[in-house]
Design a protein around this ligand. Structure first.
Ligand code: FAD
Length: 291
């Protein structure tokens, strides 16, 4: 099933994201128990990230997406970046996905890394989205940035650039993580005013450890509202209290988004099924009944 069709059937689509283990090969299978546990939450789909570097990165993504689709019978969304991939490599990945009956692809440019060879076959995510849409047989999703993409001169310019994605055949958007719902609502208003009518899923990452704050939050460039920074400083030296507060923060954020009419919630679960379950339990009464 194409993911964009789910938005016509449900008031709020709920999905979870995982990433392939660093080592390829048998290591991918270490993720399978996590995926099985995530499936008990009844997600509408599970997405699998694409490692930086292009080349063989897609093989892990495709293998895991295939397991989700064919082993667990849940819809899978395979991420695909083009910044370090040639057209031929992209076509190979698409062929593999098609063979495995993975019907949904998140078309991304990827971050520019000066240490990796930049490929110029597709300059922007919209160029990749267009190629995937032209290939046919895939639902195409795209990324968006409630606080603007770091390379954009302004949020307005970044929102305007979403038109390229929509015109290229992207049929639903997933946001970058954010901690302040005001930024999501402001972005959504701007997008609707700019004529972008695609469903927008809010991307939420529960922050449950100091390590995550140092790594993920620092890298994401998401702004941190006072209630978030207060939570961090209050529980800085108490691991369990920080964990509990992080879950509660994500639950509060998501409950507000669902009651505020968000098209969907995409949980950046960081391969942690326990965290995903705790968040899910805090929001399940607001989600459409799971099958
Ligand atoms: P683009 O849409 O190409 O945008 C990049 C910049 O160019 C933006 O500033 C945009 O405003 C501008 N722009 C876009 N089109 C045009 C145009 N036609 N003309 C001029 N300017 C334009 N990275 C990974 O490596 N692997 C992943 O699995 C992954 N998953 C992600 C999932 C989500 C939901 C999100 C939000 C991000 C993800 N990323 C991933 C990170 C993403 O690849 C980076 O944020 C990257 O820097 C931009 O990707 P993009 O697809 O948004 O690029």
């Amino acid at each position: 099933m194409f993911i964009h069709e789910m938005f016509q059937q449900k008031p709020c689509v709920f999905s979870v994201e995982v990433f392939p283990p660093k080592k390829a090969g048998a290591a991918e299978e270490t993720l399978y128990p996590v995926l099985r546990e995530l499936c008990t939450l009844g997600p509408d789909y599970i997405s699998v990230t694409y490692g930086a570097g292009g080349g063989t990165a897609g093989q892990s993504t495709a293998k895991i997406a295939s397991y989700i689709k064919n082993g667990l019978h849940v819809e899978a969304l395979a991420h695909l970046t083009c910044v370090n991939s040639t057209r031929v490599q992209v076509e190979e990945t698409l062929t593999r996905l098609r063979e495995d009956n993975v019907e949904n692809v998140l078309a991304l440019r990827g971050d520019i890394n000066p240490d990796l060879p930049r490929r110029m076959d597709f300059l922007h995510a919209s160029d990749l989205a267009k190629a995937i849409a032209q290939t046919g047989g895939f639902g195409v999703a795209g990324a968006c940035y409630p606080e603007g993409h770091v390379e954009s001169p302004s949020l307005k310019a970044d929102v305007e650039s979403l038109r390229y994605k929509a015109e290229a055949g992207v049929s639903h958007l997933i946001t970058q993580l954010f901690f302040d719902n005001v930024s999501y609502y402001r972005f959504l208003n701007m997008a609707r005013k700019a004529g972008i009518s695609l469903p927008v899923q809010a991307g939420i990452m529960p922050i449950v450890s100091k390590r995550q704050i140092e790594r993920t939050v620092a890298l994401s460039s998401a702004s941190l509202p006072p209630q978030f920074t207060k939570m961090i400083s209050r529980y800085d030296h108490d691991e369990q209290a920080l964990f509990d507060a992080g879950i509660e923060y994500a639950v509060t954020q998501i409950r507000d988004l669902i009651t505020g009419g968000a098209d969907g919630i995409h949980l950046y679960a960081m391969n942690n099924a326990r965290v995903a379950r705790l968040v899910y339990e805090g929001i399940r009464d607001l989600l459409p009944e799971r099958t």
